[in-house]
Write a protein that binds this ligand. Structure first.
Ligand SMILES: [Zn+2]
Length: 149
């Protein structure tokens, strides 16, 4: 399990941006194989990162989000991409593969619903449409407020 596997996808995407924008100011290897360096923050600050590629959860950053917590923030992710650029490629590949698979699944679903629709009467179509819209609305509402009860 690498850094990008345990970080939230938001941290990985932002870390990727930071890496591309060359916000990693320094990165040096310690004797024990961990890394030490600074990453520029969003507000002219810079944060100190201790990066442990072998034990990702031992990585640290002193930004407000990650300080004192076992959180893999965008600064840690950005530095890990500096140390191992192949990780950045791996992440991009996984996302691309997922996106094209998702597209394929969508196309298949489209075909099968289209086939069903061909055999439905106008009344049945109207009913199915209205039901689908109501259901969609409920799904959106649950997504918005679901966790708060
Ligand atoms: Zn941080």
């Amino acid at each position: 399990m690498g850094i990008i596997d345990i970080a939230s996808s938001k941290s990985v995407w932002r870390g990727m941006d930071y890496y591309k924008q060359k916000k990693v100011l320094s990165c040096e290897e310690n004797d024990d194989g961990t890394y030490e360096g600074d990453v520029a923050g969003s507000d002219n600050k810079k944060y100190h990162v201790h990066l442990d590629m072998i034990h990702p959860r031992k990585s640290k950053c002193n930004c407000p989000l990650a300080n004192g917590k076992q959180i893999i923030c965008k600064h840690i992710v950005a530095m890990s991409f500096c140390v191992d650029a192949s990780e950045a490629d791996r992440f991009k590949n996984e996302k691309t593969i997922y996106a094209s698979e998702e597209e394929e699944r969508r196309a298949k679903r489209y075909d099968s619903y289209m086939k069903m629709a061909k055999y439905m009467s106008k009344e049945e179509l109207r009913e199915a449409y209205v039901e689908a819209m109501i259901e969609l609305e409920e799904v959106h509402r649950k997504e918005k407020y679901g966790n708060k009860g």
